[in-house]
Design a protein. Sequence first.
Length: 226
Amino acid sequence: MTRISLLARTGLHDLPIPQVLDRTLSRAERGVYEQLPSEPRKEEWFAGRLAAKATLRRALAHPAAGWPLSEVEVLPDASGAPVARLFGVQGPAISISHTGRYAVAAVAPLGYVGVDIEEVQPRTPAILRHIATDAEQHVIPMLAGGGDAGATALWALKEATLKALGCGLHEPASTVVVSVEGRLTVRIDGPLGADAHVLQSWLHHLEDHVIACVVLARVPAAAAVA
């Protein structure tokens, strides 16, 4: 089962950060934290790791409940995507996103996961043309109440899917096709869609934010035909 945790970053301001860092970060994570260029960036990164570790403990249920958070390690791979390791063993797929107010993390024990949280903001017609096809322009009113929230939701779904694919924003938004035909449907177009299949797509409107989560399976084309 996919698990998602949301952390309000305002709560970090009341924590004794040096002591919390010692209890929650591994030595390698602490090294990454100390090299970040500014205090706001450190807070953002730390909030994402706290959300990720909380999600991992929930996803693994009772056996993880007593594990020290410092043994649940979340470090970037060569592309910058987070990779979870538990007592040195690679863990399930994980994704992290944050805004100025929130950090969110998602864990998928099976498959590949992407999560994105976006603050609802107006988008110009030029930006809408960039992120939405003509057909998707008609989908926006059906997402998160429509308007600016609907456009933000469309973008969050696309970014979450691209993160699950492992390519991020290196691929165009048109790679991901969103439709609502009785239910929310996310499809991957083009060559990337040959071996990637959406198992689950989820959308939540939280006040002035939107959260999207997408879980994929990757099946080589030859195996899918066999």
